[in-house]
Design a protein. Structure first.
Lengths: 253, 308
């Protein structure tokens, strides 16, 4: 499994793709920095639109989608998948190795820049005592990291499966994010129980506490932390199982 | 292995994609030695090889390798080496790293030593520390072969392994394949080039349009090929006079004029015609300009065998 894991790391980091992803993941932090110097109510704006509309709604799913749809999708497209499946490596190990590599490569830029973005909004003096205050700085940053991690874990499994079943996986991933999590979740409140974005926002707010109240405000009751953690885990397990079934049953080109 | 020593048993296997039948009810047994899987492009060779190696499921029928169903048995790949038709490699690796990757996936004890040995067997030691992206097609094929051989498998399935190789590399491949076969391995080599397989394989499996056209030792299949009638187009300075002369030859079964400037003839006896044609032309006062086979494509040769 370790061999396939390191192979996938090299596949996904060996090109300009990773540099572009890091720049993309840094966008919310860059916006936050600008807003901090340009507006007075920067805390509300950063924790509101920048977090809700940019980081969690766009940057998080897109960074994961680009990596996850490539991890298996590119192997199908350039026909290197046969090289792996013709070796005595159990299929579940191939899937877990690919999944692990995607999660790590997505987590590094997203968690770092997510924490930096939150820090820009919440910490007055990065070198002062307030930077180490648990309630106003450390706890909300931990909430941001946890919320993003939940999103990464769930999106990575769903998009890994998409990459294996479709040549247009990235397109379908974008449609899913825009239509299901954007438009449909805005119209039908119940979809928050079946939305990875909702799982991410709820985790972030529940763990981060009061300073993150501005993030992703939606009318009506939010699912509980236990529900969203269970939901994200279920999404990851179901889609990894679907990916394994697909790899076992498909004709490998 | 089956009771008669066959390493690979293909039992009434078919494969279809929607309404298209790619492989149609093929049964065959492959024993140790070199077997050539021959057929024109699109004959279904790769589809059959994919089913033999477990890459594709059969629509009907069964394939066993070393007595075990190949599809879904990951451990069986410890005993099979497969080189697919497509030349896809991980370009960011050096040749050595690529072969070592294969060795690691086979959980070999001494990865480095096994990789070097396999690379040496395909004579790529000098270039093994270069990136695969800098290799020529032939070099890439040889390094892929090394990755296929690295775990020393008793069964080798090689789909068009000579694509992109030059004549010297082909000779080296022939030597290597014969050496491996002499050690008791079962080797299947697919090709759409008749001569390529003729000089290499002990046995031939001939596929046309998804069907098994013939199988057995090469001599019997070669005899089938040599018995077929040939259509020859001849252009000369006096086509009518030449056509008259050809009608009197026993080697020619029919003669027809084409566009008033060439003669189309049918012969069952090519060697005799080769001897007689210049003499007939001389007697007719015609200067031969071109003598071309009309239907020498591999497709037409194979189709003839199927129709017999």
């Amino acid at each position: 499994m370790y061999t396939v894991f390191t192979l996938t790391l090299r596949q996904l980091t060996g090109s300009r793709r990773q540099a572009i992803l890091w720049l993309f993941a840094a966008l919310p932090a860059a916006f936050a920095l600008l807003l901090r110097y340009l507006t007075d109510n920067y805390v509300d704006v950063i924790l509101g639109p920048v977090f809700s509309l940019l980081l969690i709604a766009i940057v998080l799913p897109l960074v994961v989608a680009i990596l996850a749809t490539t991890a298996l999708g590119e192997e199908v497209e350039d026909r290197t998948l046969a090289f792996i499946v013709l070796r005595p490596v159990p299929k579940w190990q191939i899937i877990l190795a690919k999944y692990g590599a995607v999660v790590i490569l997505a987590a590094l830029p997203l968690l770092i820049f997510g924490a930096v973005t939150a820090g820009i909004a919440l910490i007055d003096d990065p070198f002062g005592e307030s930077a180490f205050d648990y309630e106003t700085a450390i706890k909300p940053i931990l909430g941001v990291v946890a919320g993003l991690a939940v999103g990464i874990v769930a999106y990575a499994a769903a998009f890994l499966w998409l990459g294996l079943i479709s040549g247009q996986a990235l397109g379908f991933a974008i449609v899913y994010v825009l239509v299901w999590e954007g438009i449909a979740a805005g119209i039908f409140a119940g979809i928050r129980y079946l939305s990875i974005r909702s799982y991410s926002i709820t985790t972030l707010k529940e763990i981060g506490g009061e300073p993150l109240d501005f993030v992703g405000v939606i009318a009506g009751p939010e699912p509980s932390l236990y529900f969203v953690l269970g939901g994200a885990a279920a999404v990851a397990i179901v889609f990894l199982a679907l990916t394994l079934t697909q790899l076992r049953n498909m004709d490998v080109p | 292995m089956s009771t008669n020593g066959a390493t690979i048993v293909v039992d009434n296997v078919s494969k279809w994609f929607g309404n298209v039948v790619a492989v149609n009810e093929i049964s065959l047994e492959i024993s140790p030695g070199i077997t050539g899987l021959l057929g024109p492009n699109g004959a279904g060779k790769t589809t059959l090889l994919h089913m033999m190696t477990g890459l594709s499921a059969t629509s009907r029928g069964n394939v066993t390798v070393l007595g075990r169903p190949v599809r879904g048995d990951t451990n069986l790949y410890r005993q099979i080496g497969v080189m697919t038709e497509h030349q896809a490699v991980y370009d960011f690796y050096t040749g050595r790293e690529f072969v070592e990757l294969s060795a690691r996936m086979h959980s070999l004890d001494d990865v480095s030593n096994a990789a070097e040995k396999a690379i040496e067997s395909v004579r790529m030691t000098d270039a093994m520390d270069r990136r695969l992206s800098t290799y020529s097609r032939g070099m890439r094929q040889r390094m892929r072969l090394a990755a296929t051989l690295v775990h020393d498998p008793p069964v080798l399935v090689l789909d068009e392994p000579l694509n992109g190789t030059d004549p010297r590399q082909r000779l080296e491949f022939h030597d290597l394949a014969r050496r491996l076969a002499a050690e008791g391995r079962t080797i299947i080599v697919s090709s759409h080039i008749l001569e390529e397989v003729e000089t290499l394989a002990d046995n031939i499996v001939l596929m046309v349009s998804g069907k098994l056209a013939a199988s057995g030792d090469f001599r019997s299949i070669r005899a089938l090929l040599d018995d077929r009638p040939y259509r020859i187009r001849v252009t000369s300075t006096s086509p009518r006079a030449l056509a008259g002369g050809l009608m009197n030859s026993e080697a020619v079964s029919s003669v027809a004029m084409e566009d008033n400037d060439s003669v189309l003839l049918l012969t069952d006896d090519l060697p005799t015609l080769q001897t007689q044609l210049p003499l007939i032309a001389r007697d007719a006062g015609a200067v031969l300009q071109t003598v071309e086979p009309e239907d020498e494509s591999l497709e037409s040769v194979f189709t003839y065998i199927v129709e017999r």
